[in-house]
Write a protein that binds this ligand. Structure first.
Ligand code: G1P
Ligand code: ZN
Length: 543
């Protein structure tokens, strides 16, 4: 019995860098979630009617309620089958893998990624297409346009649906399949990596801590590390997904994963540390007393790809988001393959992966991935590092330092100013944009500006053009400052300043990035008037 409910549009349902992300209270407004889901179904009509969808989320507050509503709407909209993770749980990369494996039309992921959860936290929805990747811009635009006009949605009457038992059942004409969200993903990882080698590494006494940050990767990590790879119980910490992530910020960086960082910095700490975010697509890699910058991580994985069974034949190309350091470019050059520079956001890698132009891709924001799915993949990156550590039998720090000695070091930092007044932040960017044409040829901190622009991208596969993706100031000697406003924050504006400089002198390999980059950090402030315009004298997060 399908109900048609009349509704009216909300004005704020434009999907951002990673879907629609808002405070929970916004999603709890009557019809809000329903409108967005119906806009997705209406925009896809022919593609999803009679098709299979994958559904799950990172377990945050409102996940369970949203799953119930979406199942009732999917049945009312003529979807033929929905594959849902038991308990409504599914990591983002595992949804991507499941869409591909089952030939599904797409998937719906419920997550606000690394944003805090709980009744006062954030919630989010993302639609992924048949290749397993985030909806490309023309589709998100269509969904947004539809959301501005919507006046009705279709839904089954309220009825509790059991999503906690693995089984297959009918919801009117739709089949619902509740599956274990871990099994298929773990099997995929076993096909990609040398589990025997990694098992030997653990058996030899190698010690690791994986921090799931009370988010989705806990169940995956326990099966993969502690069961399949024989790591001792307790290797995975904060391994039970909680609706509010234990009150924390499920973002694996030096600020929010402080507990893990402390363990790795203690005298009898483990050899290797890693963490993932709310929905399991990000990764942070740590050695003893050593942080691996995500830009370096991408370059190192690329340089060592042939250590891993899945990439034994070599890689066809690499892509990195524009603000990611140019460390990967050096490796691509050495390998004789192309390195593509895309706007921020995973969706830009999809076309390159589908066209087999690239094998690996990554972002400075703790995102790394490959052609095995169409999302970044936190546990995949951790397993890649483990495979590397097992084969090279060196410490994390030594692997990174060897890499710098060979390719040079792209010293890198990102400074985030969070919760800024939106108008002040836009004014800062506008003023700097105006100033860009005057910058080439001027000298700052002893370096001459060679070029300055507002980054635009033309997709080499479909020709689509994306503009205003960050203000770049390039210096001679391969130093660079990039400014962009975040597209994922939900409170005020977040200004991200990305600063990098190339060093090849051996004595510069040991020095801390913040020290090496100090003059350029100062320059970044002066050129954009950060202190003056925002009233802040230091960033909230330094990576
Ligand atoms: C941030 C990251 C970006 C990433 C996105 C989704 O977006 O900077 O690299 O793709 O989260 O995880 P931003 O807030 O900068 O728009
Ligand atoms: Zn995420």
């Amino acid at each position: 019995m399908i109900q048609t409910i009349s509704t009216r549009p909300f004005s704020d349902q434009r999907p951002g860098t990673s879907g629609l992300r808002k405070p929970v209270s916004v999603f709890q407004q009557p019809h809000y979630l329903e409108n967005f889901i119906q806009s997705v179904f209406d925009s896809l009509a022919d593609e999803v009617k009679g098709a299979t969808l994958v559904l799950g989320g990172d377990g945050r507050y409102y996940n369970r309620e949203a799953i119930q509503i979406i199942l009732r709407m999917a049945a009312a909209n003529g979807i033929s089958r929905v594959v849902v993770g038991q308990g409504g749980l599914f990591s983002t990369p595992a949804v991507s893998a499941a869409i591909r494996e089952r030939g599904a039309a797409g998937g719906i992921i419920l997550s606000a990624s690394h944003n805090p959860g709980g009744p006062d936290g954030d919630f989010g929805i993302k639609y992924n297409i048949h290749n397993g990747g985030p909806a490309p811009e023309p589709l998100t635009e269509r969904i947004y346009e539809r959301s501005k006009k919507i006046d009705r949605y279709f839904i089954l009457p309220p009825t509790p649906i059991d999503i906690d038992t693995q089984r297959t059942f009918q919801l009117e004409t739709m089949t619902v399949e509740v599956i274990d969200p871990v099994t298929g993903y773990a099997a995929l990882m076993q096909r990609l990596f040398d589990f025997d080698r990694i098992r030997e590494l653990f058996a030899s006494g190698f010690r690791m801590r994986f921090d799931a940050m009370h988010a989705i990767t806990g169940p995956y990590a326990k099966v993969i590390f502690e069961k399949l790879l024989g790591a001792p119980a307790g290797t995975v910490i904060n391994g039970t997904p909680l609706p509010d992530f234990g009150g924390g910020h499920p973002d694996p960086n030096l600020t929010y994963a402080a507990e893990l960082v402390k363990m790795l910095n203690s005298p009898d700490g483990p050899d290797f540390g890693a963490a993932s975010d709310g929905d399991g697509d990000r990764n942070m890699i740590l050695g003893r007393n050593f942080f691996v910058n995500p830009s370096d991580s991408l370059a190192i994985l690329a340089a060592n790809a042939t250590c891993v069974p899945a990439y034994r034949e070599g890689i066809v190309g690499i892509a990195r988001s524009m603000p990611t350091s140019r460390a990967a470019d050096r490796v691509a050059q050495a390998l004789g393959v192309q390195c593509y520079e895309t706007p921020t956001g995973w969706k830009f890698f999809g076309n390159l992966l589908d066209a087999e132009r690239i094998t690996l891709c990554g972002e400075e924001s703790f995102g790394t991935g490959s052609n095995h799915v169409r999302e970044k993949d936190g546990l995949w990156a951790v397993l890649f590092w483990l495979n590397l550590l097992a084969v090279r039998a060196q410490s994390v720090e030594n692997i990174v330092r060897d890499h710098w000695h060979r390719y040079g070091r792209d010293v890198y930092t990102r400074h985030d100013y969070e919760g800024l007044d939106s108008e002040a932040a836009s004014a800062l960017m506008d003023a700097l944009r105006q100033k860009l044409p005057e910058l080439p040829g001027t000298k700052h901190a002893g370096m001459v500006v060679s070029a300055a622009d507002d980054f635009a991208y033309v997709d080499p596969i479909d020709g689509g053009r994306t503009e205003h993706q960050g203000l770049r100031i390039l210096f001679a000697d391969e130093a660079r400052i990039v400014y962009r406003l975040s597209g994922t924050g939900t409170k005020g504006a977040t200004l991200r300043v990305y600063i990098e400089q190339r060093e090849t002198a051996p004595e510069k390999m040991e020095t801390d990035a913040q020290i090496l980059l100090r003059p350029l950090i100062e320059t970044a402030d002066i050129l954009a008037g950060i202190r003056e315009r925002t009233g802040r004298d230091h960033p909230d997060v330094i990576t």
